[in-house]
Design a protein around this ligand. Structure first.
Ligand code: GLP
Length: 241
């Protein structure tokens, strides 16, 4: 794993943005794997800015998001569909047909998971996957204990995750108990991975990722087995390196 240490959240976002924009410019067709949460917001702002300045077009970009809550309508302010629209897609020129998120309202989740995997496969797998890091080591919504072999699936959200994400909701009771997420296998099949980590609250999780053995009890640890991972971490998350 390559580690880029930066000063702060802004520099982390800018660095990730430059890496991705470089690829968007280079390639006619690029499949981007996207994340939600607070971590990638600055990256999305930076990419929107580049688009508005006419530096970049997203016409030939195909996106796959990592995850979505179950049973939250797409227009619900806390759904990841809504998040992605408001924070990124509504501000760029990406064709609607190129955007993919798991459908948390699907009538058959088994079918939805299989179809999502199939869509990723048909797109030629993900060229560059953006990841955030959960305080419990989750990537996407792959919680501790998830098999490394699994593809898109439905998960029961960990209490820690529900508590952490309750900052986006009125109350922890409102945080869905289940979600649909790309699996570790999908993530590992990405050609390149960018893990963004910012802030003191991620310090312990990042230290565990770097120092501990690979274990399904700490899902992000699998990234050590991937050939092309770059961690972009700020000083607060990585004080001792
Ligand atoms: C969330 C998302 C992840 C995200 C992670 C970190 O629950 N499902 O995709 O990367 O947890 O969230 P944050 O960036 O808000 O710290």
């Amino acid at each position: 794993m390559k580690i880029i240490k930066v000063t702060d959240y802004e520099e982390m976002s800018q660095t990730a943005c430059n890496i991705i924009l470089g690829k968007v410019k280079d390639k006619k067709h690029l499949v981007l794997g996207l994340a939600t949460g607070s971590t990638p917001e600055g990256l999305y702002r930076c990419m929107i800015q580049a688009y508005k300045e006419g530096k970049i077009s997203f016409q030939n970009i195909v996106t796959f998001n990592l995850d979505e809550y179950l049973n939250l309508h797409q227009d619900h302010p806390n759904s990841y569909h809504h998040y992605m629209k408001k924070k990124f897609f509504d501000h760029i020129d990406i064709p609607k047909k190129n955007i993919h998120l798991p459908d948390g309202m699907a009538t058959s989740y088994i079918q939805e998971c299989q179809q999502y995997d199939e869509k990723i496969r048909r797109a030629g797998n993900i060229d560059i996957q953006v990841l955030g890091l959960g305080v419990n080591g989750h990537i996407g919504f792959n919680e501790p204990g998830t098999s490394f072999k699994i593809r898109t699936h439905v998960v029961n959200l960990d209490q820690i995750t529900r508590k952490t994400n309750s900052k986006f909701f009125r109350d922890i009771q409102d945080v869905p108990k289940k979600a649909i997420t790309m699996g570790i296998a999908n993530i590992m099949e990405s050609k390149e991975i960018l893990l963004l980590v910012s802030g003191k609250k991620k310090e312990l999780a990042l230290a565990r990722l770097i120092n501990e053995e690979i274990s399904e009890q700490f899902p992000a640890s699998i990234l050590k087995r991937h050939q092309n991972v770059t961690i972009i971490a700020d000083r607060a998350a990585l004080p001792n390196l």
